[in-house]
Design a protein around this ligand. Structure first.
Ligand code: PEP
Ligand code: MG
Length: 570
């Protein structure tokens, strides 16, 4: 039995066999062969196996993920069955007398290079399809088992170097009981997705993929941030008991599902949920969310090979607004960049993607993308209580430009005779220090603020939220961060506006007492954190927390703040 330490990214305990999601070794030697007919037959057999495998994945994806995600595999099937690709491979085996592996990869490389150099974006994307299909056929030629996470049909713990947000979105929650990764932090998007999918997760273990073999029995303790590999039966039993205890605790919290969130001295705050897709609404309801405080729309754009149409977006926004039945829904416009990439936009690689061309910066430049999203949102606005929020606003000019574009689209829709809601609140994420510092000026023009601490902390401390080695600087309770948060809340209140928080800090047990004391109006968090947070707030007196907040703002270090919170709330 061995043991790994990581970051507790999503609560709960999972026990299952390991499924290693790692790149396979597909290396081979180039050989000359005598029996060309047999080699062609070997190639054809590998193509056939890849074909049946892809058909099965496509059918499964259609059922589990919908036709749009399944379209990726449809494209792979087209490539695999294209004689323009397979013909030259077979010719090469006959004429050059080389093994199928090298005929395949040399021919594919030639096509990939050709497609990648084309002007047309659609054709460039085909290069990625050829690369994927080549790997699949190669794996059959070499007898290496390919990893197909979408095909998992037994309970597993996923073990990976990292999971991209689209990898995570494709995990089947019925079978993937937990996951653990080498890299990532509490606010990396795989961690955020794990929380919204209620999958226990431990990230940032550094060596999970080295220490864990495919099929090992693994315990993921998402409460403590520990991973146990091949534990003894006694240890497994202990964890089963802990998992049961956690379920009992959850049942206690569940009693608060229809309650309002009111402190022990009668102050009401709103507890909302962060969501990534309309599917997350079930979690919002079962966890008693009083609204959606952050709808991360970028997931609509991910795990596919082209931009979503206005109509597709309209349907998604309408579904969320109707699903929330008049409760507030804050939709954030596209926030792509950083650790959320869109390969099909073909944006140049940047030295510092978190400081680069992302979010509102991209939307103000690529206005077609932005306007399509705004139109879809405006059209959906009549189906519920929509609030629109712009991400990564650094200057008032950016906010004004984005607002002007929104107004233009509003006017166009009205002149086309379409109906839009009378009042749509317009707010911004405060996640860049310049905006927090200038919050008093912003507050005159926006309807609300939502503090994005995931980014605000990384930009204030100059510590990449994905970088393990500087994770010690990622300090939500640092007095510097708390002072910025206070500035934003006070600025909003001075102008009669509301201030929320949708960074992970809003659902953090140590931060909540301070935030209540600072006067935060809305706390938006992973749906699974809501009931626990409600139970905590209902037991706190706001007047006591005001004193706590005042005290911690004068402190010097994070550890002093943590001690003060412990002392006041014990
Ligand atoms: C944030 O930065 O706090 C936030 C909520 O946005 P994201 O995590 O999507 O960057
Ligand atoms: Mg952010």
């Amino acid at each position: 039995m061995s043991f790994l330490h990581g970051i507790a990214a999503s609560n709960g305990i999972a026990i299952a066999k390991a499924y290693r999601h790692v790149d396979q070794d597909l290396s081979f030697e180039k050989k000359t062969i005598d029996h060309t007919d047999a080699e062609v037959e070997r190639f054809n057999a590998a193509v056939k196996k890849a074909n049946s495998e892809l058909e099965a994945i496509r059918d499964r994806a259609k059922v589990d993920l919908g036709a749009d995600k399944a379209a990726i595999f449809e494209a792979h099937l087209l490539v695999l069955n294209d004689p323009e690709l397979t013909g030259p491979i077979i010719d090469k085996i006959y004429t050059e007398k080389v093994n199928a592996e090298s005929a395949l990869s040399e021919t594919a490389d030639m096509f990939i290079m050709m497609f990648e150099q084309m002007d047309n974006e659609y054709m460039r994307e085909r290069a990625a399809d050829i690369r994927d299909v080549t790997k699949r056929v190669l794996s059959h030629l070499l007898g290496v088992q390919m990893m197909n996470p979408g095909m998992i049909c037994e309970e597993v713990i996923m073990v990976a170097e990292d999971l991209t947000p689209s990898d995570t979105a494709q995990l089947n929650r019925q079978f993937v009981k937990g996951f653990t990764t080498n890299i990532g932090g509490r606010t990396s998007h795989s961690a955020i997705m794990a929380r919204s999918m209620e999958i226990p997760a431990v990230v940032g273990t550094k060596t999970a993929t080295e220490e864990i073999n495919h099929g090992d029995l693994v315990v993921v303790d998402g409460l403590k941030g520990e991973v146990h590999i091949n534990p003894t039966t006694e240890v497994v039993e202990q964890f089963r008991k802990m998992a049961e205890k956690y379920e009992i605790q959850k049942a206690e919290w569940a009693k608060l599902v229809n309650e309002k969130t009111v402190s022990a001295d009668g102050h009401h705050v709103e507890l909302a949920a962060n969501i990534g897709t309309p599917n997350d609404l079930t979690g919002v309801m079962t966890n008693g969310g009083e609204g959606v405080g952050l709808y991360r729309t970028e997931f609509l754009y991910m795990g596919r090979d082209q931009l979503p149409t206005e109509e597709e977006q309209f349907e998604a926004y309408k579904a969320v607004l109707e699903g929330m039945n008049g409760k507030p829904v804050v939709v954030r416009t596209l926030d792509i960049g950083g650790d959320k990439e869109l390969p099909y936009l073909d944006l140049p690689k940047e030295m510092n993607p978190f400081l680069g061309f992302r979010a509102i910066r991209l939307c103000l430049e690529e206005q077609d993308i932005f306007r399509t999203q705004l139109r879809a949102l405006l059209r959906a606005s009549i189906y519920g209580n929509l609030k629109i929020m712009f991400p990564m606003i650094a200057t008032l000019d950016e906010f004004r430009s984005a607002k002007a574009i929104l107004e233009e689209e509003k006017q166009k829709l009205v002149s086309e005779g379409l109906q839009i809601a009378q009042k749509i609140e317009l707010g911004i994420m405060v996640e860049i220090p310049s905006t927090a510092i200038l919050a008093d000026q912003f507050a005159k023009e926006v309807d609300f603020f939502s503090i994005g601490t995931n980014d605000l902390i990384q930009y204030t401390m100059a510590a990449d939220r994905m970088n393990q080695r500087v994770a010690y600087l990622y300090q939500p309770y640092s007095p510097s961060i708390l002072r910025l948060v206070k500035m934003v809340i006070d600025a909003a209140h001075a102008e009669g506006k509301w201030a929320g928080m949708c960074g992970e800090m809003a659902g953090d047990e140590t931060a909540i007492p301070i935030l209540l004391g600072l006067g935060l109006d809305e706390f938006s968090m992973s749906a699974t954190s809501i009931l626990k947070a409600r139970s905590l707030i209902c037991n706190l007196k706001k007047s006591d927390m005001e004193k706590l907040a005042e005290e911690v703002l004068t402190m010097q270090t994070t550890s002093q703040v943590i001690e003060a919170v412990k002392y006041t709330t014990k």
